[in-house]
Design a binder for this molecule. Structure first.
Ligand code: IFM
Length: 482
């Protein structure tokens, strides 16, 4: 979505009574227990154990040990008054090789987790895929061809089988489901820039991965519908880029159009409109044979209707034509890769929206969130949820053991205000899932970046709610901002 400038701003700060007040996490970032109860390695286990891929050599081996401490974590959520919790299911825990029958011990963990949530009055929202592809689907150990993963069409069919296994096991407890989390990252950071697992750097593979993630999403929607009660809600969580051109000059508008195509419409087009836009196909025609890639019937499969659209928002993306690259530091926020995550647009220049930055170096701009929600509402007409939003800051524990994180509270207040603005502007926003409940494994940044409203001491794994957690708890208690 290309957004020119903010429009609707109101003072209203009310949220609907049934609004879901949540937090979000992902399996590999918190669970640990990577070799327990039959779990097999995922691409992130292999990537994080590859020297030089993750800061400090950090891995998810232990992470927060949530696998063993989930009851304590659910109690924390209940103490904060959360009404909903979005978590992801580890594919290699419930179907270790990505094929064949389910591992019951793996499913049992999610049965225990969801039972515990429900017992505390917290509604579970399950994400099927938050980046932990079974390594067997990336490089089969039986000597089959390497170079599988999402660029291979069969992975989409494996994903649908896995969706069926999980839905059959948990469909009696979980009523809201998200298929994929941020498929842009899986495709373009994982197979284009190589800064995420599996670390491949081929722009054509990145585009193939995008199509097969789309296909996997559509097949999984079908699988979920077949296995779940009819009242179940099915969603997808997209990190849509709020693309803003640096100026109204035609070359900057063209740069914004290209990033919008390969950053957003490569997913929203097929998923929500049943097509890949012509300009995207033209921009990338030199990289991939789209006619061979997209089989007859794929677009109908991918565009199966969903009930709810999830937006993960952190910051806007300001772009210009390459000639302007010198005006501000280049910054696309996806750190460090030698290769571009933007096939067909890899000469576009990125700029900071402002210099009010989080610890990730991401500019703080809540108007991007309201703009995105309103644009999605107008364009797709679907109920929405903010399936992730939050910020990393350099938190320190005070001598008295408390963690004061006023920047995070200010960030959250401003972004919840933006959600309220979008609701006041007519967007049907059903919930907000703060990223994240706990400090956790921040992918290639390891444990250096703390996004949690609950501090984790990585030596002792002791959890301490930060001041922002108390603030969020009060917002929930009041049902909105003051
Ligand atoms: O930690 C990630 C999460 O896994 C996906 N969305 C962005 C978060 C912060 O980078």
């Amino acid at each position: 979505m290309t957004v020119a400038s903010p429009d609707i701003r109101t003072a209203r700060r009310a949220f609907p009574p049934a609004f879901a007040w949540g937090t979000a996490t992902a399996a590999y970032q918190i669970e640990g227990a990577v070799a327990e109860d039959g779990r097999a390695p995922s691409i992130w286990d292999i990537f994080s154990h590859t020297p030089g891929k993750v800061a400090n050599g950090d891995t998810g081996d232990t992470a927060l040990d949530h696998y063993h401490r989930f009851r304590e974590d659910v109690r924390l959520m209940a103490d904060l008054g959360l009404t909903s919790y979005r978590f992801s299911i580890a594919w290699p825990r419930v179907q270790p090789t990505g094929r064949g029958p389910a591992a019951q011990q793996g499913l049992d963990f999610y049965r225990r987790l969801t039972d515990e949530l429900l017992a505390h009055g917290i509604t579970p929202v399950a994400t099927l895929y938050h980046w932990d592809l079974p390594q067997e689907l990336e490089t089969p150990s039986d000597g089959g061809p390497a170079g599988g993963g999402w660029p291979a069409r069969q992975t989409a069919y494996r994903f649908a089988d896995y969706a069926t296994l999980v839905a059959e096991a948990l469909g009696d407890r979980v009523s809201t489901w998200t298929t994929l989390n941020e498929p842009w990252c899986s495709a373009f950071l994982g197979y284009g820039a190589g800064v995420h697992a599996p670390g491949r750097t081929d722009p054509a593979d990145a585009l193939r991965a995008a199509h097969h993630l789309n296909l996997g999403h559509g097949l999984a929607v079908g699988a979920l519908r077949a296995a779940l009660p009819s009242a179940a809600q099915v969603a997808v969580s997209l990190n849509l880029h709020v693309v803003r051109p640096l100026s109204e000059r035609p070359e900057d508008l063209a740069a914004a159009r290209r990033i919008d195509a390969v950053g957003n419409r490569v997913f929203t087009g097929p998923m929500l409109k049943g097509r890949y836009d012509e300009d995207l196909l033209e921009d990338t025609a030199h990289l991939v044979d789209w006619d061979g890639l997209v089989h007859d019937g794929d677009l109908a499969e991918i565009s199966r209707p969903i009930d709810l659209l999830g937006l993960n928002y952190y910051n806007p993306t300001v772009v210009s034509a390459p000639a302007d690259a010198g005006r501000l530091p280049r910054q696309d926020g996806h750190g460090g890769g030698q290769s571009s995550p933007w096939p067909g647009a890899d000469d576009v220049a990125f700029h900071l929206a402002n210099d009010d930055l989080t610890a990730m170096g991401w500019p703080i701009d809540p108007t991007g969130l309201s703009d995105a929600l309103l644009a999605m509402h107008r364009e797709f007409g679907l109920p929405l949820m903010v399936s992730e939003n939050g910020a990393a800051f350099e938190d320190t524990v005070s001598p008295d053991g408390t963690v004061h994180d006023p920047e995070r509270t200010a960030y959250l207040r401003a972004h919840l205000g933006a959600v309220a603005d979008a609701i006041a502007g007519g967007a049907d926003v059903r919930g907000y899932f703060l990223w994240s409940l706990l400090d956790n494994f921040e992918w290639a940044y390891g444990y250096d970046k703390r996004f949690g409203i609950v501090h984790v001491d990585y030596d002792t794994l002791v959890r301490t709610p930060k001041a922002s957690a108390r603030w969020y708890s009060e917002v929930i208690r009041r049902g909105g901002l003051d």
